[in-house]
Design a protein around this ligand. Structure first.
Ligand SMILES: [Zn+2]
Length: 237
């Protein structure tokens, strides 16, 4: 989560680089595309979308292209409907199969058409919530971010929450229930299965997932092999 001060700081730096450094207008044309670029970039920063994925386009998606073309892309074409009806996505698959890439794509698309967004992982959310115990400003900022138009929760069902941490389970359930009740879409990614999630978080949460989440199953395939080949090519090995 970024504080307001961090966002303001980032915005003024990005304005120097993107707007005043614009080759087209050097900051002189308020209608130049650089202004929109600045808006999207600073909102992606505030939304905590991982920076590597800010400029992702469909051409960058090579692995699990089928799931992307059949579900993620059509979903992104209907973001206004998804927002109005609270339809979310549930991305299932091992680590490193592209879940974060897909989520980031959804969030940057949402930001580009004017929606607010927030990306977080379960360990990060755990940290932010506990920080909120002693910092009321952080707590209210987190509440605000969690009510963004589109929320992405990555690493659901992470090992550390399997045993004992009932506080976090309750909080996650509350966030998802509130969004469900308010008709707000959430994008969830996990390396657990739906029944695995049910085991970790209980039946209430599992029931929230039925009917309002489009499920995308991502294949492990030879993604890591492809990555290694690319790395070897890049390094000239
Ligand atoms: Zn410009």
């Amino acid at each position: 989560m970024k504080t307001r001060a961090e966002v303001a700081d980032y915005t003024s730096q990005a304005k120097l680089a993107i707007v005043y450094g614009c080759k087209q207008c050097a900051g002189r044309d308020p209608n130049c595309a650089c202004r929109e670029m600045l808006r999207v970039e600073t909102e992606a920063y505030e939304a905590c979308v991982p920076r590597d994925f800010w400029k992702i386009t469909p051409d960058d998606i090579h692995h699990n292209r089928k799931g992307f073309d059949e579900v993620v892309r059509p979903y992104c074409d209907k973001l206004r409907v998804a927002r109005a009806k609270g339809y979310g996505l549930l991305l299932l698959g091992d680590n490193g199969v592209g879940k974060t890439t897909f989520m980031s794509y959804v969030l940057t698309r949402a930001i580009s058409i004017g929606f607010t967004a927030f990306y977080t992982t379960l360990p990060q959310l755990d940290y932010e919530m506990k920080r909120g115990f002693r910092d009321s400003e952080a707590a209210s900022r987190l509440r605000e971010m969690l009510t963004s138009d589109f929320l992405a929760l990555d690493e659901m069902g992470k090992e550390s929450f399997k045993d004992g941490d009932s506080y976090m389970r309750t909080q996650v359930e509350r966030v998802l229930k509130d969004r469900y009740d308010d008709g707000m879409p959430t994008v969830i990614a996990t390396n657990a299965s739906v029944s695995g999630l049910k085991k970790i978080y209980g039946a209430t949460l599992a029931s929230l997932l039925v009917g309002k989440y489009q499920i995308v199953v991502l294949q492990s395939g030879d993604y890591r092999k492809q990555m290694r080949e690319q790395m070897e090519k890049d390094l000239g090995l």
